[in-house]
Design a protein around this ligand. Sequence first.
Ligand code: OAD
Length: 242
Amino acid sequence: MNLADARTALARARRVAVLTGAGISAESGIPTFRDAQTGHWARFKPEDLASPDAYFRDPELVWDWYAGRYRDVMAAMPNAGHNLLAQMEQEKGDGFFLATQNVDGLHARAGSKRLVELHGNLTTARCEVCHRVEDLPAPQDFTPPPTCATCGGRMRPNIVWFGEFLPEAALEAAADAFAAADVALIIGTSGVVYPAAGLAFETLDRGGTVIEINPTETDLTPRLSFSVRETAARGLELLLGA
Ligand code: OAD
């Protein structure tokens, strides 16, 4: 398959399923998950902060890290990649589905609605006692940890951490959408974290086309129909003829 074939397949597809990872937010200035952490946080690996163990050991440390990421995310804006996916949803309607591994909330801010956030959203917190989910206060008014408005319990970041299960309904909806897709797009993800990375095979195993957009080769590349070696925004522009 070449770029022209990929463009035709996408234009003709009635059902399109998209998986995004940290790479799509790179052009909004948000560092990818596996990029080096900077400053004070350079001593920590994300895996050592984004886990139930880390939170149990030192909730203040984990909340400080998320509060910093929350400030960065709220200072950032969705980029052309997020916007083109929101536009694609307008065009494909019910046939469109977007699953993201990102917790930055930028797809929702770009206007995507047929969206599941497989790893949660760092702009919200969840009560450890009654499980109520709340938006965090504006960054300038936020001092962690937040307290539940209903029961007064401590709230934790509303994130799926390493070693935790993905929300079952969201994962099932994503698996169904990828199984039904004529074309799936895998954008800006290193494809190493399962089960999200396995979604591509739901499409491939049923004869669908899977196109990757990533400036570098990934573990998934050899198995996919075609790869666009570009950034998320440029790759989407090329595929959509925008
Ligand atoms: P990674 O940081 O592992 O991978 C980011 C990918 O984006 C890499 O393959 C880069 O080549 C690519 N990339 C970089 N800049 C890009 C750009 N401008 N446009 C497109 N692609 C670009 O991030 P994820 O694959 O999202 O899970 O990581 C998946 C999950 O791993 C995260 O959600 C997190 C982590 O474990 C949890 O927190 C549960």
